[in-house]
Design a protein around this ligand. Sequence first.
Ligand code: FMN
Length: 356
Amino acid sequence: MYHLLRPVLFRMEPEAAHHTILALLARMPWSVRLACAPVSPSPALGQTLWGRRFPHPVGLAAGLDKNAVAVPALFQCGFSFVEVGTVTPRPQPGNPKPRLFRLPADEALINRMGFNNDGADLVAQRVHRWRGLGIIGVNLGKNKTTPNDAALEDYLANVRVFCAIADYLVINVSSPNTPGLRDLQAQEQLVPLVRAVLAERDRLTEGSRPPLLVKLAPDLSDEDLAELAVALTNIGVDGLIATNTTIARPKLHTPFANEPGGLSGKPLRERATAVVRQLYEATRGKIPIIGSGGVFSADDAYEKIRAGASLVQVYTGFIYRGPGIVREIADGLAQRLARDGFEKIEEAIGADHRGR
Ligand SMILES: Cc1cc2nc3c(=O)[nH]c(=O)nc-3n(C[C@H](O)[C@H](O)[C@H](O)COP(=O)(O)O)c2cc1C
């Protein structure tokens, strides 16, 4: 089905196509069934992380459903988890349009959306409504008007709103589209910020605490990534997401290549996998890593898993391949595990580091 729909959507302005599809999915979640067959994952793909059962490792990355309007339809696509956001404490419009560009020859996107979202309170009402449908992560950011030296207050405000309703929380300090945000990735800024957020989460919750993850940029040096990973693990972060979009422009073939913003999709794949590898090595696999960046196929997902990712996320691949991508990856992963003699996905996670 999607091969018929895609040319129509790709003739529309990218953001208009995005809103049209999200509105359709929000109103008619069952319509997904016309575009893809249900996912029935092999039991070998199931794993428990942070006390939550993931039937397979393929989730939806942040930014596609920023406002949590289409979560039921996204679970119908077969994703084993859906990350909503980035959400900021107060609603904000994001950057001026146009701010989303397709690069079809590169199977990539460039975006400078700038955290356009409905604000924490409204998004929380929706997340609350969707609880129980599946694992929902909430990706947290700061408002554009909040200066970096007050950023902690924004993250704390978000944690207060979401810590009782999210299955996991993500601190996003890696979007390139909020001026200065990435400066918060400096160790001397990030460690105290994350420590304070962890303390607030622990103060507000008992027993079942949502794990707190940090999403990192692919544009940090390998050395900085390794140091950050160790420092974050030591203060009790529960997981890392690698990576957000890149400001680098590796060999692109499309006219929009020079648009400012974050590049995602195929050209990001290799670097994002290298970052997963680096983080796994630095942390010795102590905390789960979610691999994000250029996952279009089972081979792409398997590469990230072998490099150290426990889970993977898809965004740009979903735009180019459609909802059938989830089943294709899940089925293909099960075949690759069997081919390589792994009985369970856990055996494949980080296998490259063990020389298997
Ligand atoms: C249009 C667009 C908007 C995005 N918005 C967010 C966001 O709000 N927060 C975030 O953490 N990542 C955001 N991302 C990054 C994705 O979550 C993902 O990490 C990145 O695109 C790499 O994966 P991909 O190559 O599969 O797209 C966005 C990506 C795109 C393409």
